[in-house]
Design a protein around this ligand. Structure first.
Ligand code: AHG
Ligand code: MN
Ligand code: MN
Length: 345
């Protein structure tokens, strides 16, 4: 007789809640709503080639990038799900210049704020390549009952209470952490449920994959150039040359490296002095997951999670993945590019 034992995302969230004596279920409710929103976005993405959804809205978001229709849809779905959870008092999102503050009594009473990239890698949608959603949850610092304020969102990543991503790939997965390890759930399309498929994810300390947009090589800091050359050199003892893999979708590139071992690099360059990726809703949540899986994440010098954010859409250079690889590129940056990163004001 075969045994059939499935743990759904919601079962898992509830089981974990019981492990914390004082947990009152607010975070569980919030995570549950994020899971529901992810399923809605997934349904839309899976039909992207069929419905009138491909293409651009014609409007431009805060980063000056053309918004895809699905960016806007995903943004709305997540924000509505968070509002209706009653546990969230505001959302910072890539698609909105300012934080979205929930002003009704229900929203004002929420204990958490969420920072998110509702659709990551969205330029890949038109060509049927994997995309993702990223989220990061903080306990608010302002009192409950009041409207959320800027300082609720501008907290260092080390204060995250939970973070995760959804990858809409050959299958759809939700991966998250609440600071007690990382767990991955695969969406069973027949059941319509995320089911625990990757419990207690640990990333290898050493990896053999490097992921970077090598087209920008000429513009990279010298230390990063040296590291890329190191990855490409022949050395049988360390299994080099390494494999190069770059999708151009942070969630997908990170997810592959998390499972297989590797490093993702998005350095600063001449035309983008802080790189491209955003600190609060891309680098921080991914860094929390990386560290919880035994990996590392830096801006080339410092631990990403200790950086004090100054603005919602601030960018940061980003090096994340297998600990020994991140340490090594950091060593070369220090050696060839000096002591400190200069942050943009
Ligand atoms: P988004 O679609 O949310 O703007 O993010 C795109 C990002 C990220 O997913 C990816 O790592 C990076 O852009 C790729 O940038 P390049 O095309 O410069 O390599
Ligand atoms: Mn993104
Ligand atoms: Mn995005």
């Amino acid at each position: 007789m075969s045994s059939y034992n499935i743990t759904t995302l919601n079962d898992f969230i509830i089981q974990r809640q019981k492990e914390f004596t004082y947990a009152r279920g607010e975070l569980s409710t919030l995570l549950h709503h994020i899971g529901t929103a992810a399923k809605m976005v997934n349904t839309k993405i899976r039909r992207a080639g069929l419905v009138e959804i491909l293409g651009r809205t014609g409007s431009v978001n805060i980063q000056g990038e053309t918004q895809q229709k699905l960016d806007v849809y995903a943004d709305e779905v997540f924000i509505n799900a968070l509002l209706s959870s009653g546990e969230c008092c505001g959302v910072a999102s890539e698609e909105n210049q300012s934080e979205v503050i929930f002003t009704d009594a229900f929203g004002r009473d929420g204990k958490y704020v969420v920072c998110m990239d509702p659709l990551d890698g969205s330029s890949n949608i038109d060509v049927n390549v994997s995309v993702g959603s990223i989220f990061s949850i903080y306990r608010r610092v302002t009192p409950r009952g009041q409207k959320a304020a800027k300082e609720d969102f501008l907290q260092p990543g080390s204060r995250q209470v939970a973070a995760g991503y959804v990858i809409y790939g050959s299958s759809t997965m939700l991966v998250y952490t609440t600071g007690c390890g990382v767990n991955g759930f695969t969406l069973d399309p027949a059941m319509g449920e995320f089911c625990l498929s990757h419990p207690a994810i640990k990333t290898p300390v050493d990896g053999k994959i490097y992921s970077v947009n090598e087209g920008n090589y000429i513009k990279f800091p010298e230390g990063v150039k040296r590291y890329i050359k190191y990855c490409q050199e022949r050395d049988t003892e360390t299994s080099r040359p390494y494999t190069s893999r770059y999708i151009g979708s942070l969630v997908s590139d990170f997810h592959r490296n998390l499972l297989k071992g590797g490093i993702f690099l998005y350095p600063e360059n001449e035309s983008a002095p802080s790189g491209k990726l955003r600190l609060i809703y891309e680098c921080n949540p991914i860094s929390f997951i990386a560290e919880q899986a035994g990996g590392m994440a830096t801006d080339g010098y410092d631990r990403i999670l200790e950086v004090d954010p100054r603005t919602l859409h601030e960018r940061s250079p980003f090096y994340v993945g297998s600990a020994n690889m991140v340490k090594q590129v950091g060593g070369l940056i220090l050696q060839y590019n000096g002591q400190e990163r200069e942050r943009e004001v």
